[in-house]
Design a protein around this ligand. Structure first.
Ligand SMILES: [Fe+2]
Ligand SMILES: [Fe+2]
Length: 283
């Protein structure tokens, strides 16, 4: 097995040097044993730009995997397909759902569309997308596993009540069955790459433990959604439960938010990192 490199391409903040831009969103490039996988694509404002400024302009990938169908993870899909000349896209079928966020306003409540900004036919017919819809844990490239649907098992990881989806029966709470993560087998041990972890970070690790037989994980990288949940108890119990997995690196991003990231820093100390745009690590 050769080295695995993970590079964050899009994130809320830019931590790399010279010219990188931040946007609310997430995207990372995985390079392993001569294969590469693009995990999420950000909103679409910074992917192509940041790839150029990271020396990755024109780089093609062997596939794309989507963590879920929110705009801040799939908005750059068109740019990614154009740069790549089409691609096989692995995602849960619910990724194409009509997703909304419900927020309270002075006038009551307001639903705002936060789903895929592109039409499926446009992605397939014009830009060369080939969707591979996957609901179960599956190896999509050598040593790279897509989680599929993650069972909600823990009693302290709640779903976000503001996440909605419009179905044939109207607007309902979005179960976010499409929320998926990656497990990468590396020379340092298994590394888990999270999009937003709407399923709950600990649920994701439990699922990979059951599906792959790995009991300890070298690192988690990405969004934990704890910033939006704003739940002190969930934050504390998540950090406590993570101790069972032997993590040597906790590299949070995106929807973790600054408050929860600071709590992770206090708890994990030298094992903590903030994985903004331009952050890269070799395992
Ligand atoms: Fe999300
Ligand atoms: Fe997100």
């Amino acid at each position: 097995m050769g080295q695995t490199r993970i590079t964050v391409l899009c994130e809320n903040t830019a931590v790399g040097i010279f010219g990188l831009l931040g946007e609310h969103g997430f995207s990372a490039l995985v390079e392993k044993d001569g294969r590469s996988l693009l995990f999420d694509t950000g909103q679409g404002h910074t992917l192509a730009h940041n790839m150029r400024y990271l020396g990755l302009g024109g780089r093609t990938v062997d596939g794309i995997a989507l963590s879920h169908g929110h705009y801040d993870h799939v908005g750059g899909l068109a740019d990614a397909l154009i740069q790549n000349g089409g691609a096989r896209i692995t995602a849960h079928p619910a990724v194409l759902g009509a997703k909304y966020t419900r927020r309270k306003t002075a006038a009551g409540q307001k639903d705002t569309y936060i789903g895929m900004p592109h039409d499926r036919a446009f992605l397939e017919d014009t830009l060369g997308a080939s969707f591979q819809f996957v609901s179960e844990c599956r190896q999509i490239l050598p040593g790279m596993y897509f989680s599929g649907e993650v069972p909600r098992v823990t009693d302290f990881e709640s779903s976000d009540p503001g996440m909605m989806v419009h179905t044939e029966s109207g607007m309902e709470q979005d179960p976010l069955a499409d929320d998926a993560s990656l497990l990468l087998e590396t020379e340092s041990g298994p590394v888990v790459l999270l999009g937003c972890a709407h399923a709950g970070t600990v649920n994701v690790l439990r699922h990979f433990r059951e599906q792959t037989g790995h009991t300890r994980f070298h690192a988690i990288i990405g969004g934990t959604h704890l910033g939006f949940l704003n739940d002190e108890k969930q934050l504390e119990q998540t950090m406590l439960a993570l101790e069972d997995y032997g993590l040597e690196l906790v590299a949070v991003s995106h929807c973790t938010g600054q408050y929860a990231a600071a709590a992770f820093l206090r708890r994990f100390g030298s094992r903590f990192a903030f994985a903004g745009a331009g952050w890269s690590a070799v395992f």
